[in-house]
Design a protein around this ligand. Structure first.
Ligand code: ATP
Length: 772
């Protein structure tokens, strides 16, 4: 249906006029959302109006309603906040204000609104839609408009995009801005960590979230906090003070030099009494700790959006336009969400109602319900936080005979979250009474030296934000000497092995599995935790380190674009990693607004390069002089064996005939990042805890848990991964047979195709091709 509409000539459709606004508190990603709506709207044959200053723009009309052109949203991808302004508008809360708003809209021919905001803004939007017919009637009966004038505007179409840093909306796993805010908090706490450790201080860090503890919980995991206070899981009134003291003094006794406590703005105790940062500080002072409070405040709203938010805002913005075009009066107003990594439409009113019910559940002290109403992974993440931060008091210890010896090894090129995952595996293992042995310097280290180092709590406790590999990594494989690998695994009596790495880790797993009849020790449970910037491990849509890589590329490409825009007539060809997998390039192209993206999945031809040169010419021809947006092409390092990055730049230069210059830029190892991103840290904990649970279950060391199911038919050698929003365990034998492209070292499934389509739509590449 959508395809038909997109293929239909514009004149056959009634030209839709869409208003787009940002409302409520600003959130990083709002600008990318507006860019996507404006360009997708124009591409799909609509007029798009920016409504400046939220609902104020509708109520005041005039210059606050502006028809947007393609070029008006150039550079929006990299800008924080919202360029079209946002406001809280009291007038719109009254019917009289909404009447004026309806009048202004009809004067401009607008009868569809895409609102990017929080639950308040979306509630206002839906109310506006339900009132619309009566507002129109009133405009006619009071003589403001004639029957003929209002005739084409019988129905108002509303589509909601959730822009909110709190991640507080139900029916979606993420809101636009939440991951950027989490990243900002994580960065700030990293800074605080350095000074806290230097002075052996305690810091109470207050983060946003009046009714929602998502930022508090996720930042608690990402920063290795000692304790967190979130509204959905309040501690027992009158008892939390002692609990806090116990946890912090236990960690100090183990040698930790700093104490970090995260307090969500809306923190309460089980009797709903607010818990302030000041109170928390006083408790820590009683413990004898030199304690400071840092209230992060508005830095949490600040700055340019992270890779994930740019992707989410862009894909959702495009879908919002499609939802407008597909809407009929009987379809309830949709809210664009994301569930299991897929962009979805959910009834807006129900999502808002569900969101409010979390606050109601907290109010009525039904905290289990409040937890359950959050997105699918919230409760699980809370359990993982407890596992690695609080449960070191002996309460989670297994009986002696169920305690295991587990090995961990890093394989392949370094990526940023190897240490974070190892730390989490160690902390969880220690809480259960297992021993975690780090194999030093990969399989070759094992083969040559047989060196295994038992990791203790203090060894790993500050590895949450340390990039690289503390235990050493390289590309060697068990096949260098199976006998020696088997010998040492046996010598240390390992009952499970965790291999952290990319395609080599996958290959190592397959080798061990294939040789288990010759070496029975290889029958122990072995889990690969995918960790590679290239995200090319079969069996998962995500690998640790790939989010850090994309965030590095966002910064790098923003800088490159700025350079290109300053010298005006310059095009950069940027070469990104990914091996033979186009995931990183495609994602990067989408979120940096490249003119074109060259991936191994789509063949580069002279013709395709020529088309892109035509596009560059057209863009420069339409340049109004004030165009400050640099031009960039993203090329995956293996996109073609013939058309190298240099050659593509030279071909473009030759064709430009002096009209513009070209340059190449290769970020190389910068893509591994220095410290892991917050997303990679949170997922490192998720993967690591679940991997150890898998090993426990396999050894019969614990009862089956709902979240880690070892099917009795599953083999011992698995890849843990994320498919949709679910953590999965996939057998290496099956993956090797069905899913792996061994020659090109990647999986066969291309799960990111939509990114290329949308990137081409928003860069103008599709328009040009359509007009050929
Ligand atoms: P945040 O998550 O940042 O609080 P929000 O969208 O919930 O974002 P609000 O201040 O609640 O922020 O709402 C923003 C604007 O939306 C209000 O100033 C008002 O103009 C409009 N609005 C909110 N609630 C309603 C309502 N019930 N009826 C009409 N308009 C509303």
């Amino acid at each position: 249906d959508r395809k038909e509409r997109e293929e239909k000539p514009v004149e056959e459709q009634k030209k839709k006029k869409i208003g787009v606004m940002t409302s409520g508190g600003d959130a990083p990603g709002m600008n990318p959302a507006v860019r996507a709506v404006v360009r997708a709207g124009i591409f799909l044959g609509c007029d798009v109006f920016a409504v400046y200053e939220g609902y104020e723009g509708l109520v005041q009309g005039g210059d606050l309603l502006k028809k947007m052109e393609w070029g008006d949203v150039r550079s929006f991808l990299s800008l924080g906040g919202t360029n079209i302004g946002t406001a809280r508008c009291a007038a719109f809360r009254e019917r009289a204000g909404r009447l004026v708003a309806a009048h202004n809209m009809i004067l401009n021919g607008i009868d569809a609104l895409i609102v990017c905001g929080g639950d308040g803004s979306l509630t206002g939007a839906d109310l506006f839609r339900s009132e619309w017919p009566s507002l129109i009637e009133e405009l006619v009966s009071t003589g403001k408009l004639t029957k003929e004038e209002v005739a084409p505007y019988k129905h108002l179409t509303i589509v909601g995009l959730v822009g909110s840093i709190d991640n507080d909306m139900s029916s979606t796993d993420a809101t636009i801005g939440a991951y950027s805010s989490l990243e900002r908090i994580t960065e700030m706490v990293d800074y605080i960590d350095a000074t806290a450790t230097s002075h052996s201080r305690a810091f109470v860090v207050e983060v946003m979230g009046r009714h929602c503890g998502w930022l508090g919980l996720m930042s608690g995991i990402a920063t290795g906090a000692d304790f967190i206070f979130i509204p959905e899981r309040p501690p027992k009134a009158g008892e939390w003070q002692q609990e806090l003291k116990d946890v912090c003094s236990r960690h100090r006794a183990k040698g930790r030099r700093k104490t970090t406590v995260i307090v969500a703005e809306g923190a309460i105790d089980s009797e709903l009494n607010p818990i302030s940062s000041e109170e928390v500080k006083n408790v820590l002072v009683e413990l004898g700790l030199d304690t400071r409070i840092t209230t992060l405040g508005h830095v949490q709203r600040g700055g340019t959006a992270v890779a994930y938010d740019r992707m989410l805002a862009t894909l959702q913005g495009v879908d919002a336009v499609r939802a407008v075009l597909e809407s009929t009066p009987d379809i309830p107003s949709p809210m664009i969400g994301v569930l299991e990594n897929k962009i979805v439409r959910k009834p807006l009113v129900e999502a808002v109602k569900l969101t409010k019910s979390v606050a109601d559940a907290i109010e009525s002290k039904d905290f289990d319900k409040a937890m359950a109403l959050r997105d699918s992974s919230f409760e699980e993440a809370y359990g993982q936080f407890l596992s690695i931060s609080i449960d070191d008091d002996g309460s989670a210890l297994l009986a002696k005979e169920k305690q295991l010896n587990i090995g961990v090894v890093h394989v392949g090129a370094p990526s940023s979250a190897l240490n974070a995952a190892t730390r989490a595996a160690a902390l969880y293992s220690l809480s259960r009474g297992h021993k975690l042995f780090a194999i030093q310097n990969g399989f070759s280290g094992l083969i040559q030296d047989g060196l295994l180092r038992e990791l203790n709590w203090l060894d790993v406790e500050d590895w949450h934000n340390r990039g690289g590999s503390e235990i050493g990594t390289n590309r060697s494989l068990p096949s260098e000497n199976f006998g020696k690998v088997a010998y040492y695994l046996q010598k240390y009596n390992l009952q499970g092995l965790i291999i952290i790495g990319g395609f080599e880790a996958f290959t190592a797993l397959e080798e061990l599995y294939e040789h288990k009849s010759a070496y029975p020790i290889f029958e122990i449970p072995i889990v690969v935790i995918p960790a590679t910037v290239s995200n090319n491990v079969p069996g998962t849509e995500y690998s640790l380190g790939s989010d850090t890589c994309l965030n590095q590329l966002v910064k790098y490409c923003d800088a490159v674009k700025q350079s290109a825009s300053s010298s005006r007539r310059r095009v950069f060809v940027v070469e990104v990693q990914g091996g033979h997998s186009g995931y990183v390039a495609s994602y990067c192209g989408l979120i940096t607004g490249s003119i074109a993206t060259y991936t191994p999945e789509a063949k580069i031809t002279l013709r395709s390069i020529q088309e892109d040169i035509d596009l560059i010419f057209e863009i420069f021809a339409n340049d109004r002089g004030e165009d400050r947006n640099g031009k960039m092409i993203i090329r995956n390092e293996q996109a073609s064996s013939v058309y190298s990055t240099e050659l593509i730049a030279d071909i473009i230069k030759e064709n430009a005939k002096g009209r513009f210059e070209t340059r190449t830029a290769v970020p190389g190892h910068v893509q591994q990042g220095f410290t892991p991103s917050s997303v990679d840290r949170v997922n490192a904990v998720k993967f690591a805890v679940k991997s150890v649970k898998f090993i426990e279950e396999w050894n019969g060391s614990c009862a089956k848990e709902a979240d880690v199911i070892v099917d009795s038919r599953i083999s011992n050698a698995v890849v843990i991964g994320i498919q949709g929003a679910h953590v999965t365990f996939a057998e290496v034998s099956q993956l090797y047979k069905n899913e792996a492209n061994v020659k090109l070292r990647k999986g066969k499934t291309v799960h990111w195709k939509e990114m290329n389509e949308v990137a081409d739509m928003l860069s103008g590449r599709l328009t040009l091709r359509a007009s050929d």
